[in-house]
Design a protein around this ligand. Structure first.
Ligand code: SAM
Ligand code: SF4
Ligand code: SF4
Length: 384
């Protein structure tokens, strides 16, 4: 057993993929290469390559999901970032280009609620022009996978423009089909039917198959799991059941409110037979299952009971330009200052690659034994 796996401490964690199981795919970044070809993809201190970038474009939201932005904390007096602190679309594009030069193949826009950021489609249009650098033999790299996670409230209005701007796919969050339950969970009385209309609009615009995120809390919405599976089975959309996580410091997380994915698989399998599917690639967050009758797929994101730090390849950019290398981090690296001080592309790439190379994060593997992190960032600030 590797050193990482042997330090596992929480009994509910039943499977930990160790970084030692992963091939070390990339040597260190060489910031001196500025010939337009792919710079080497950096690997962190546990051998995990940089593959994905999540960009949070705002820390504001029009929902107050009880597990993310509880109203008593995120009230009128909450200190949101002022607009001048946010990276501009030009600045975000520049950072994104640096990440793509370092081997990032997938970018997800998130928040807060990303569709609250004015004219977000202008940012999508900019990002969609980013071409991955050719490989060492001059062959073009895979096209950038550009996606967005949204609560769906503004999707009906925005889906066509987002597609036209170059967005590939969307993930829509929906925690219940029962209207009363959903209104209570989003805590702003937002109806289910409008989110469903947003999902339909996304599919009609060509942004499907849509992934549908459902955060499951025991005693709150776990009775909705089978109904959600049934509702989207056969539609081509993929529901992903997410274990309630202890992100940030304000959502009152309790272990007894987490429903382990294993339990959910069993509940669904009892009425809709399913079988496991291989992951598409190392680092894919959701564990995939499909209905044996061929009527579609579902996924499970099990950050609490089956930590997947071992192949976590995601970097996160905050709305005001801080780079975080873990969802549970307390501190990020400031990229906005060098950006605004006129750093070169090589300087920016070097700052990103150095941060990634220094990375040792594996919070979920150590959950419970890791020393408490000061001022842990909130989900609504950094995005899921
Ligand atoms: N507002 C958008 C939305 O809700 O889709 C994007 C941002 S939201 C922070 C991204 C995802 O994180 C959502 O699917 C949300 O349900 C999930 N999320 C938020 N808090 C969570 C928590 N404590 N545990 C697990 N997932 C959470
Ligand atoms: Fe807003 Fe998304 Fe958080 Fe809900 S989960 S409060 S929609 S950021
Ligand atoms: Fe990645 Fe941190 Fe989550 Fe582990 S805890 S999977 S390192 S974001």
């Amino acid at each position: 057993m590797s050193a990482v796996a042997s330090r596992r401490v929480i009994p509910i964690v039943d499977r930990v993929r160790s970084p030692a199981d992963l091939p070390l795919r990339s040597p260190a970044f060489d910031a001196s290469r500025e010939d337009g070809t792919a710079a080497s993809r950096p690997a962190d201190r546990l051998g995990r390559p940089l593959h994905d970038l999540r960009i949070s474009v705002t820390d504001r939201c029009n929902f107050r999901c009880t597990y993310c932005m509880p109203k008593d904390v995120f009230d009128r007096d909450h200190a949101y970032l002022p607009h001048t602190a946010l990276l501009t679309f030009e600045e975000i594009e520049r950072v994104a280009r640096s990440f793509v030069r370092l081997g990032v193949e997938k970018i997800r826009l998130t928040g807060g609620e990303p569709l609250l950021r004015k004219d977000l489609e202008r940012l999508v249009a900019r990002l969609s022009t980013i071409e991955p650098p050719p490989d060492a033999d001059g062959r073009p790299g895979p096209a950038l996978d550009l996606t967005l996670t949204t609560n769906g409230s503004l999707l009906r209005r925005k889906a066509k423009a987002l597609k036209a701007a170059g967005l590939r796919r969307v993930t829509v969050s929906l925690d219940a089909l029962d209207d009363g339950r959903f209104r209570a969970m989003n805590d702003v009385d937002f109806p289910v039917r409008d989110v469903l209309a947003g999902i339909d609009a996304a599919a009609d615009a060509g942004l499907g198959p849509v992934k549908i995120n459902m955060v499951v809390k025991r005693g709150v919405n776990d009775d909705q799991v089978v109904a959600m599976a049934r509702r989207f089975r056969g539609t081509g959309h993929i529901v992903r059941f997410i274990e309630f996580m202890d992100v940030g410091a304000s959502n009152g997380w309790r272990l007894d409110e987490v429903v382990p994915s294993r339990e959910l698989v069993a509940r669904i399998a009892a009425v809709l037979p399913v079988e496991a599917v291989e992951r598409d690639y190392a680092g894919e967050v959701a564990e995939r299952w499909r209905y044996v009758d061929g009527s579609g797929e579902i996924g499970f994101v099990s950050s609490v009971t089956q930590a997947f730090c071992g192949d976590c390849s995601r970097a996160r950019l905050s709305p005001e330009g801080r780079l975080f290398t873990c969802l549970f981090a307390g501190r990020g690296i400031d990229l906005r200052t060098p950006l605004r001080d006129g750093t070169t592309d090589a300087g920016l790439g070097d700052a990103i690659a150095s941060a990634w190379r220094a990375r040792t994060d594996r919070y979920s593997q150590l959950r419970g034994s890791a020393p408490a992190t000061d001022g842990r960032i909130e989900m609504s600030y950094i995005g899921g």
